[in-house]
Design a protein. Structure first.
Length: 672
């Protein structure tokens, strides 16, 4: 066996990597994603709660600490772990800045604590403890030699006291225990065999409200809109409570194989084509469609939006129109067919002749990676920090892990939304690779049973540690059947659910506001006369617009911190399978929100709701107030079971703020 010399005085020699005097085992750390292969996610101001199994052999007591630091800091910060049950320990630390943090766990035999524990038993048994007190005094002496002033002086005083008559009483002093916990030696400590990572994002990654629209439809009538026209929409979007404005691609649109209205393969004169067919004579992914304006116009829009509290999100679609400069200058980045043509995108039976996908098996992959990453970097330099990434699941996972890390190293406040409606494991892997938010199956989860099952998965470990859902009831690509057939109530139902189930939600805005629900054909989930292929003339002042209810719902989200996190969702029983009820609460319990929704868009439904009052901090002997933030009603409820009735043609949901009676130390009642 190969011997290694000790580096520190308290260490023994190491044999085959084993320190024979380290007696503490550390395992079962949570959160830990895939054995530490991927980081967990938090946002600025949140706390990381860590648990671990820490134990040793024999009967000696064990102590443990949570170590954490910013990845760039050389020194560890330390937090004592608290004992739970069955050798389980817990601690937490704050993350105050964007970037990456490291954490791990250390454990050691607590010789002083063991000594105090055994001394108490000996004293209780009436035994002579003279020698035992000397043993304790020697441990305190050692701690005093390691401590700084004034702890060192206090410890020397305690050591002297232990050696005098009555020293047994001083041995049990809480002050001595505190000083020894802070300064005592940790001989032969064990440290978990890996450092785990936390990626800390801006708060917008945890809580955001997205509004998507095509700036080319911001003009008058069917005249091609500009960034200046889009700026005129900003005050209204801000007033409705949206804080992220998402534009589909703003780059030049290819001419070759341009799609026409309703995705026809032949474009008529004047057809603008799909914004996702990127690239042409005017440039590619780092260029702007001339009809929209200039780069200066775009930066002015970004600045104007920022003053209104809105961040502009760009769509990044890594694909190229046949006339994109990439297709001629870097032909090896694409897959060539036997006939010498480049393979266009397909999702059989769908064909996208106007799009060439990149080949991530290209022999020139390194140059391609560098160029694609430079697209993000270029737009970051222009002031963009939020990117909605189109179909990331059709690109290599390893590329995303590298690319996102590269961008976030220089722009730690960058946010990447994954538009990947695909298999669960693929969606989760993209989140692990670095995407800060992710589209979900919410779009197709309509019944209470489906919603409860799906969101229980999303809001429990390990998924909650790395996957941030962003809920979209519609997109330009997806018109769900629920919206096609449920009328106005269906739109309101899905709005309430998206806004309260998820801290991040978004919508394809004008189409949702104006209740667009006509598909291309029965059984299809695509819009007839889709804005993807034409300029729309939106009459957003129509009396049937959902603008008012959207504004109210977003205001409720803004006013209630409980709705700004995904970590506190709890479902509650209600005796009607068409209804769903759930609460969200802040960590301190001061803000408690109960949402009840009738998911049947056609018929009134009613049911008895049951709440776990004790778990919610509600006194079972006292009434409590529920204030409906949507309809304005105020009710006084008693007990765990209460009746709720909802008519979808009036208002299909309640968002209640629960106010509970709290008694202070002076017996003064108030409500929170």
């Amino acid at each position: 066996m190969k011997m290694h010399a000790a580096r520190y005085p308290e260490e023994t020699a190491v044999i085959d990597g084993i320190n024979g005097r380290s007696r503490v085992v550390i395992e079962g750390i949570t959160p830990e994603i895939d054995g530490g292969r991927f980081p967990i996610k938090r946002t600025v101001g949140e706390r990381v709660v860590v648990e671990a199994d820490v134990f040793g052999d024999g009967h000696d007591l064990v102590s443990a600490a949570l170590l954490y630091r910013r990845e760039s800091d050389p020194e560890w910060q330390e937090v004592a772990l608290s004992r739970l049950v069955n050798d389980r320990w817990r601690g937490e630390f704050p993350v105050g800045e964007t970037g990456r943090y490291c954490y791990t766990v250390r454990g050691w035999i607590d010789h002083f604590g063991t000594w105090v524990h055994d001394l108490g038993k000996r004293i209780e048994a009436g035994q002579d403890v003279t020698v035992d007190l000397e043993i304790g005094a020697l441990m305190v002496d050692e701690a005093s030699s390691l401590a700084k002033k004034p702890d060192a002086s206090h410890l020397r005083d305690f050591a002297a006291a232990l050696r005098t008559h009555g020293g047994a009483g001083r041995a049990l002093s809480p002050e001595l225990h505190f000083l020894m916990d802070r300064n005592g030696p940790r001989h032969f400590s064990s440290t978990y065999d890996r450092e785990l990572l936390v990626v800390v994002d801006p708060i917008r990654a945890r809580y955001s409200t997205w509004y998507e629209f095509f700036p080319r439809s911001a003009g008058k009538g069917t005249t091609h809109g500009t960034f200046k026209d889009a700026e005129a929409w900003l005050p209204d979007i801000a007033a409705m409570g949206f804080d992220v404005l998402y534009f589909p691609p703003i780059h030049p649109v290819g001419v070759a194989h341009r799609k026409g209205m309703n995705n026809t393969t032949t474009a008529e004169p004047g057809d603008p084509g799909s914004p996702w067919a990127i690239g042409g004579a005017d440039g590619g992914h780092k260029s702007i469609l001339p009809e929209l304006g200039t780069l200066a116009d775009f930066k002015h829009l970004i600045d104007t939006a920022g003053k209104l509290g809105i961040d502009v999100a760009m769509d990044i679609a890594f694909q190229a129109a046949p006339d994109h400069p990439y297709a001629t200058e870097h032909r090896t980045w694409f897959r060539e067919r036997p006939d010498g043509t480049i393979q266009y995108a397909e999702n059989p039976p769908k064909k996208y002749q106007d799009i060439y996908p990149f080949d991530f098996e290209s022999a020139d992959w390194q140059a391609m990676w560098d160029e694609l990453a430079s697209v993000f970097r270029y737009w970051c330099e222009q002031g963009i920090r939020i990117f909605r990434v189109d179909n990331p699941h059709t690109k290599a996972f390893v590329f995303w892990e590298w690319c996102i890390a590269e961008i976030k190293r220089d722009y730690p406040d960058a946010i990447f939304l994954s538009e990947a409606f695909t298999r669960p494991k693929v969606m989760y892997r993209l989140a692990k690779a670095g995407f800060n938010q992710s589209y979900t199956y919410f779009t197709w989860r309509n019944t209470p049973w489906e919603i409860r099952r799906y969101f229980t998965e999303l809001t429990q470990p390990p998924v909650i540690e790395f996957f941030r859902p962003n809920l979209w009831p519609n997109t330009p690509d997806i018109l769900p059947e629920y919206l096609q057939h449920g009328g106005r109530p269906a739109f309101v139902i899905r709005l309430i659910l998206a806004a309260t189930l998820g801290a991040n939600y978004g919508m394809y805005g004008p189409a949702y506001e104006l209740l667009e629900n006509t598909p291309t054909a029965p059984g299809r989930e695509e819009y007839l006369f889709s804005e993807k292929y034409e300029i729309k003339d939106w009459d957003r002042d129509r009396p049937d617009s959902l603008r008012e209810i959207m504004t109210i719902v977003n205001r409720v989200r803004r006013d209630n911190p409980a709705l700004q996190s995904d970590r506190n969702l709890t479902f509650h029983p209600i005796d009607n399978d068409q209804m769903i009820a759930y609460t969200k609460a802040t960590d301190d319990g001061l803000n408690l929100v109960l949402t009840v929704v009738n998911t049947d868009p056609y018929n009134p439904q009613s049911g008895w709701l049951e709440l776990p009052l004790a778990e919610l901090g509600i006194d079972e002997t006292q009434p409590y107030q529920v204030h409906d933030q949507l309809g304005g009603g105020r009710y006084l409820w008693h007990g765990a079971r209460n009746f709720v009735q909802l008519d979808p043609n009036a208002l299909p949901g309640h968002i209640f703020v629960i106010r509970r009676r709290v008694r202070t130390e002076r017996d003064f009642d108030y409500f929170v």
